[in-house]
Write a protein of this length. Structure first.
Length: 454
């Protein structure tokens, strides 16, 4: 059995792959751009601007314009919350020798190298920068501000990543999308009547199953269409034959082309017999049409299957003996009940029994059984008829027995509409049961299964 992957799982896998590839490609592209001359100049310019903006903000928050050391020291303590959220990491208030008087975060630094005592130094590495600003408050006091941060927000990387994820995902699923469109196109072609059209089977997911089901549906419709045409052809043939005979003999009677009363009576008898056959044929056609279209009213009730079979077989022993047949009846000792239309079910049983009388080989045994059988946890009452037909049927011919208007060679000489088993099949379908035929050595056994009620 071929393995089927869930389409949902495939899509999740594509999303993960898209995210990974999008991140790798996006990061590589951004880093390559940043390392270029244009990128480095832009990053350095951005770093200088950010450093100066942050320094200007700190100067304002410390109120350095006041030149009051106490206020500045007090403000250094207050500004720590901002430092934890922004780029500025360290602020030192030092004397002329660089000795730390006050600092943020209690870093434990005792002295700072003031160098030229007033300068701005910015170093850029990748997308990060470090800046050091020394600001003169008065002749003896300085404020140093060290800033660490990003030259450029990574929002651009995020935007590129999202865009790449979408593009890569669309590329990965494009094959599935095209396949779905191709399936839809083929379905429209099939719907317009081209039953030879088939969907190419690809992948191993629900789309594969969908394509196979569409192909199966098209094949079934094509076979049903062919069967329908054959059915109409057979109806035309079966109706035309007796009608031709009736019209022929009627014409002969009308033109008085008979030599005596005895010949006239024979003509009338033929017309009557063909008329009766034609009526039976039309009734079977009508019944089959109603059953197959589910346009039939059923009077359902609880049925004792054992009793129904006994009533059908009452007096039938004579019919079997006249044909030189031995009848064996094996009914379940316990009564089996089902729910359905007693007339329709009796008709299905009677059809199998009458077929056994008509088509069984002389001096053979016909066995009728009723037993209980459990199939897929459902209990059925199974009625079966076993007989040995006059002609040996192949397995292929047995499979055709339930086909509309199918007649074996020996059956053609017996007349009949050829709809008996097809009608049985429709009756059983109406009762949610099953019907089948099985070849056993030289014989055939027919089964009708009806859901059992307790």
């Amino acid at each position: 059995m071929k393995r089927i992957f869930k389409l949902k799982g495939e899509l999740i896998f594509f999303v993960i792959i898209s995210m990974i590839l999008g991140f790798i490609i996006g990061r590589t592209a951004v880093d390559t751009y940043r390392k270029s001359n244009i990128g480095m100049e832009k990053l350095k310019s951005s770093a200088i601007k950010r450093s100066r903006d942050n320094t200007s903000y700190i100067i304002k928050e410390l109120d350095m314009a006041s030149r009051d050391e106490k206020i500045i020291i007090e403000n250094i303590k207050k500004i720590e919350d901002y430092l934890n959220k922004g780029y500025v990491q360290r602020i030192f208030f030092v004397d002329n020798d660089g000795v730390v008087i006050e600092s943020t975060d209690n870093l434990g630094v005792k002295q700072i190298d003031l160098g030229s005592k007033q300068y701005e130094d910015i170093k850029v590495q990748g997308n990060t920068f470090t800046s050091k600003n020394i600001i003169n408050l008065n002749e003896n006091r300085y404020v140093t501000i060290t800033t660490n941060g990003y030259c450029d927000d990574d929002f651009s990387i995020m935007e590129i990543w999202i865009a790449l994820c979408i593009i890569i995902f669309l590329i990965l699923v494009s094959g599935r999308v095209r396949y779905i469109n191709r399936i839809a196109k083929n379905v429209r072609v099939i719907a317009k009547g081209d039953m030879t059209k088939r969907v190419d089977v690809k992948y191993k997911n629900e789309l594969t199953q969908l394509a196979e089901d569409i192909n199966y549906m098209a094949q079934e419709i094509m076979e049903q269409d062919a069967s329908q045409k054959e059915f109409i052809t057979n109806i035309s043939h079966d109706l035309r034959t007796p009608l031709t005979t009736i019209l022929g003999y009627s014409k002969m009677i009308e033109e008085k082309k008979y030599s005596n009363e005895e010949e006239l009576e024979r003509y009338v008898s033929v017309i009557n017999r063909k008329g009766m056959y034609l009526r039976t044929l039309l009734e079977d056609f009508f019944d089959y049409a109603k059953l197959s279209s589910m346009d039939i009213k059923m009077d359902k009730e609880v049925i004792n299957i054992n009793e129904s079979i006994r009533q059908l077989l009452d007096g039938e022993e004579i019919s079997f003996k006249e044909k030189g047949l031995e009848l064996e009846v094996l009914l379940n000792s316990k009564s089996i009940y089902t729910y359905g239309d007693p007339m329709l079910i009796a008709r299905a049983f009677e059809n199998l029994i009458s077929n056994a009388v008509k088509y069984s080989k002389g001096n053979s045994k016909v066995t009728i059984k009723l037993k209980e059988e459990t199939i897929e946890e459902i209990s059925y009452g199974v009625f079966s008829v076993y007989n040995i037909p006059r002609e040996n049927l192949s397995d292929k011919e047995v499979d055709k027995l339930f086909k509309r208007l199918y007649k074996s060679d020996s059956a053609r000489s017996k007349g009949g509409s050829g709809l008996g088993l097809a009608i049985c099949q429709e009756i059983v379908k109406c009762h949610n049961g099953f019907i089948k035929a099985q070849k056993i050595n030289d014989g055939i056994e027919f089964f009708i299964g009806l859901a059992e009620i307790h």
